[in-house]
Design a binder for this molecule. Structure first.
Ligand SMILES: Cc1cc2nc3c(=O)[nH]c(=O)nc-3n(C[C@H](O)[C@H](O)[C@H](O)COP(=O)(O)OP(=O)(O)OC[C@H]3O[C@@H](n4cnc5c(N)ncnc54)[C@H](O)[C@@H]3O)c2cc1C
Length: 562
């Protein structure tokens, strides 16, 4: 029987990112992925700032930034009557080249996206091979392709997984201390644990609510047929045929999404006629493949773990793709769980650390699915009058009105620094509480804060983000001004206490006054996932703070219990 510390079922974005987080800490893990080949059909298109920050933390954001549309290709979102016809409105998003070293886009003003990594547009099918490559750089990661996990069986000391090979039918049993179901919406792990999704299923809307069809094709003439400044997403908003066209590589690959009518199937739907109507012209193309999918899910699992089993990614929540949240929330789950599993396997993390995964991530599942749903309602509920494309002054006025409404919608959907950077784990058992009111959690506005629970705020220190200077695990951020010697003495005390708990922690001394102001305290404990665990005076009770952060009982509690 094969044995490992962590068995990961599913090698999509969640499973691979989890393997990367475990692998970089030397934790033995096996990823079972039923497919042999990497995906070759488009799904997620948008990598959030937060996901890019995670990739930067693990050292491969540049590889991801190099994927996708051509460097100069605009990443704009444009709404038209027909895609070769009138433009109703356009939201400008920086190209890949422009995104480097920018801190804003849209019309939200300078510094509205204080991050070293603006969002990026590239297909999930281009990203997954890089995630596989990164996972395999770690000796402790084993990626077993073609292996489908059939059952899990938990006992007091571990989990037994029965799997078979999808090509040669070979069978295998794997024994692990923990199992993580990163096995997508139909998650065998979630079902085996008796965990259900709750929320809204298969909501119906005029568009982006119901059975959808993605048509993946190549065309060398389509950009000329569209006849307008290039964009990343093109939405057809008319009363005859709505549709969404996405530029996949900026050269000749495109994805067209349409909503099927009740009774239509992948086989019966006339996607070509629908595509020509939405585009407003016929053009030459070569079909690669079509895939149906369902819009209208807002689902979050009732629990994110049971005993030694955890679920992450689509196994734990299911989105309608508006806002581009599914894959990004999945990567963020994996990052949250990865260092905690590593801490428990290495023996310095208390059992409560694993409980904090659900406490922190389930509310984010609700927060993010609710946002995606509101955006689907916003675009899907738009009623398009039949005369929208007429050559009359009334129609002209109508188009202006619709353009303004669509601009407001797109601004809400894509200019979301608050949603991507403002997530916080307020109330988590491994985060210190602060009395003052928290800044509001608003999707379109991000207010930088180092209040415990928040993502540590970014600031440039020379040409490096403060993130680049944090350690792999905990970082004690120690602000110094005139008192460098006493800071070093205090930090030595923190380091001694961390060593006594077996917690990996590095000290970062910083004498930048702007950074001190941003972080709001002389001393800040930053977690391995770059969320703030605690901030305060350097002279605080280091042992109590560190024990809280890794869910271990502090000496005082131990004494009382004794
Ligand atoms: C049309 C469309 C557009 C989208 N656009 C976006 C977007 O712009 N932004 C965004 O963030 N998200 C988007 N998403 C969502 C995104 O694709 C998913 O949220 C993401 O793939 C979830 O990652 P995951 O790793 O949790 O699951 P998956 O990607 O589904 O990976 C699960 C893996 O587990 C494997 N597996 C399943 N069961 C087993 C088993 N028993 N044994 C072994 N292996 C198993 C599967 O083969 C699969 O590889 C979109 C989705 C669709 C359908």
């Amino acid at each position: 029987m094969k044995t490992t510390d962590v068995a990961i079922i599913g090698g999509g974005p969640a499973g691979l990112m989890l393997a990367i987080e475990l692998g970089c800490r030397g934790i033995d893990c096996v990823v079972l992925e039923e497919d042999v080949a990497a995906p070759d059909f488009p799904k997620a298109n948008a990598t959030s700032s937060r996901t890019m920050e995670h990739y930067r933390r693990r050292g491969f954001s540049k590889k991801i930034r190099a994927l996708g549309l051509e460097p100069d290709h605009p990443q704009d979102v444009v709404y038209c009557t027909t895609l070769s016809g009138r433009e109703l409105t356009r939201f400008a998003i920086p190209s890949r080249k422009e995104a480097l070293n920018r801190t804003s886009f849209g019309d939200y003003g300078e510094e509205s996206w204080p991050t070293p990594e603006l969002p990026h547009r590239s297909q999930q099918m281009f990203i997954e091979p890089i995630l596989r490559e990164q996972a395999l750089q770690h000796k402790s990661v084993k990626l077993m392709l073609g292996w489908q996990a059939g059952t899990i069986d938990m006992d007091a000391t571990g989990v037994t997984i029965a799997a078979h090979h999808t090509v040669n039918n070979e069978e295998m049993t794997l024994r692990a201390r923990y199992v993580v179901g990163c096995d997508g919406p139909r998650s065998m792990v979630r079902k085996s644990c008796g965990i259900r999704y709750s929320g809204q299923s298969e909501e119906v809307r005029e568009f982006f609510g119901g059975q959808m069809l993605s048509v993946f094709f190549t065309s060398s003439s389509l950009y000329d047929v569209l006849g307008k400044k290039r964009a990343w997403q093109y939405w057809a908003v008319n009363a005859v045929q709505r549709g969404l066209l996405i530029a996949i590589d900026g050269v000749d690959k495109f994805l067209f999404c349409l909503q099927m009518q009740p009774g239509e199937t992948r086989e019966s739907v006339d996607y070509e006629t629908a595509m020509f109507k939405a585009i407003g012209a016929k053009f030459d193309y070569e079909l690669i493949a079509v895939e149906p999918w369902n819009a209208g899910f807002t689902l979050v699992a009732d629990a994110f773990s049971k005993d030694r089993a955890f679920i992450a990614g689509d196994a734990a929540h299911l989105f309608t793709p508006t806002g581009g949240m599914g894959y990004n929330t999945s990567v963020d789950d994996a990052v949250n769980l990865g260092w905690k599993l590593a801490a428990v396997v290495q023996g310095w993390g208390g059992e409560g650390l694993l409980d904090s995964y659900q406490a922190e991530r389930k509310p984010i599942g609700h927060r993010n699915t609710a946002f995606a749903r509101s955006m689907a309602d916003s675009i899907g509920g738009i009623k398009v009058p039949p005369n929208v494309d007429d050559n009359t002054p009334e129609a002209e006025q109508l188009r202006e009105k619709m353009g303004a409404a669509l601009y407001q919608h797109v601004r809400n959907e894509f200019n979301i620094p608050g949603l991507q950077l403002g997530l916080r784990y307020e109330g988590s058992p491994i985060v210190a509480a602060e009395a003052e009111a928290q800044t509001p959690d608003q999707p379109n506005t991000y207010i930088p804060t180092a209040r415990p629970g928040s993502r540590a705020p970014h600031i440039w220190l020379g040409d490096q983000s403060i993130f680049d200077l944090f350690g792999r695990d905990y970082t004690l951020l120690c602000f110094t001004s005139q008192d460098k010697a006493s800071a070093a003495l205090d930090a030595a005390n923190w380091e001694k206490e961390a060593a006594a708990l077996g917690m990996p922690m590095e000290t970062l001394y910083c004498d930048n006054a702007d950074a001190r102001k941003l972080y709001g305290a002389d001393c800040v404990l930053v977690r391995p996932d770059h969320h703030v665990a605690w901030r305060g005076a350097r002279s605080a009770d280091a042992h109590a703070v560190l024990a809280m952060a890794c869910a271990r009982p502090a000496k005082e509690q131990q004494r009382k219990a004794a």
